[in-house]
Design a protein around this ligand. Structure first.
Ligand SMILES: O=C(O)CCC(=O)C(=O)O
Length: 276
C-alpha cells in the first residue's frame, strides 16, 4: 500500500510548540500533545502497523502462561527497516522536529522504533526508566508514544511521574515485578504528580529516558495499539555499557558504533535536522 499524498504532506508539516510547552517538558520530562496526527493518518497507520505486527509476532502462548513483562504487550522492533509505509511515519519531519524542539537540540537520530500492542486483557506495564537499557552518554533522548486509536483509561494509557527524572534510586532496575514494587514505593514518598490520563485520537506523548513511567492493564477486549519512536540527539555518543542490557542494546540497535564516538551507523539515520 502506498501512503496517500495528503498523509505524507501532513507528516512533513511543522507542529508549533509554545515556549510554555517546551518549558513544561523540560521541567517534567514528558508532555502530551493533542492533534499531532489526523484521524485519516491514524486510520492508515493503524492498519499498516497492525499488519506488520501480525507478520513479525512470534508469541503464541496465552496471556496466563506469560510473566509480567510478557503480559504487558507484544513488542516488535525496527518496523521501519521492513516496511516502507511504516518508514514514512518513523521518518516524519513533523514528529522529528517536535522531538528536537522539546530536547532543544539541532537534530535527532533514531535509536530504534517499537510497536507495543497491549492485547485485550493484557497486564500492566511496570514502573521503569528506559535509559537503564541504553548505552548513551547524555539524557538527550525522547520517545514518541503514538496511540493508533483513542486510548481510554481502561485500555492502559501511558502514565508518568512528572519530574521524576530527578530521582536516581530505581534507575538500576530492569522492567518487571521488582521495578513495579520498588519504584512505586519510592515515588509514593515524593511530591511528583502521578499523571494518568486518557489519550484522544491524534494525541501523542513524548517522554525522556530517565522519567519513571508505567501503564495500567488493558481491561477491554480490544488491543491497545501503540507505535513508538525513540529519538536521540543527533550528536549522541556511545558510552561503555554499564549492564548486560546496555551491551545487548549496543549489539542490537547500533552495532559498529564506537565507545566515545557519535552513533552514526546505518541503523541510526538522522530523522530531523534543519535543511533535511
Ligand atoms: O506502552 C507501554 O505500555 C509502555 C511504553 C513504554 O514504556 C515506553 O514507550 O517507554
Amino acid at each position: 500500500m502506498a501512503i496517500p499524498a495528503t498523509i505524507s504532506n501532513e507528516l512533513a508539516q511543522p507542529y508549533t510548540l509554545t515556549t510554555e510547552q517546551i518549558d513544561f517538558y523540560n521541567a517534567n520530562r514528558f508532555i502530551k500533545l493533542k492533534q499531532v496526527l489526523s484521524a485519516e493518518a491514524l486510520d492508515c497507520f493503524r492498519t499498516v502497523i497492525a499488519d506488520q505486527v501480525a507478520k513479525m509476532n512470534t508469541v503464541k502462548t496465552s496471556l496466563d502462561e506469560r510473566d509480567t513483562y510478557g503480559k504487558a504487550f507484544l513488542q516488535l522492533f525496527n518496523l521501519w527497516r521492513l516496511n516502507d509505509d511504516v518508514r514514512t511515519l518513523v521518518f516524519s519531519k513533523r514528529l522529528g522536529k517536535i522531538a528536537a524542539d522539546l530536547m532543544q537540540v539541532e537534530g535527532v537520530r533514531i535509536y530504534h522504533d517499537q510497536a507495543l500492542f497491549k492485547e485485550g486483557g493484557g497486564g500492566i506495564t511496570p514502573w521503569h526508566a528506559d535509559q537503564y537499557y541504553w548505552p548513551l552518554e547524555t539524557d538527550k533522548t525522547i520517545t514518541a508514544w503514538i496511540p493508533l486509536q483513542e486510548t481510554p483509561l481502561e485500555m492502559g494509557p501511558l502514565e508518568f511521574s512528572a519530574g521524576s527524572h530527578q530521582i536516581i534510586e530505581g534507575r538500576e532496575l530492569a522492567i518487571g515485578d521488582e521495578s513495579e514494587t520498588l519504584i512505586q514505593q519510592r515515588l509514593r514518598v515524593t511530591d511528583f504528580e502521578h499523571v494518568i490520563e486518557a489519550f484522544d485520537l491524534g494525541e501523542i506523548s513524548f517522554h525522556s529516558g530517565w522519567i519513571f513511567h508505567r501503564a495500567g492493564a488493558n481491561a477491554t477486549p480490544d488491543a491497545r495499539r501503540v507505535m513508538t519512536i525513540i529519538y536521540m540527539d543527533r550528536d549522541m555518543r556511545l558510552k561503555a555499557p554499564e549492564n548486560k542490557n546496555q551491551q545487548n542494546d549496543w549489539d542490537t540497535w547500533c552495532p559498529g558504533a564506537t565507545v566515545g564516538a557519535v552513533i552514526d551507523t546505518p541503523l541510526n539515520p538522522v530523522l530531523y535536522e534543519p535543511g533535511l
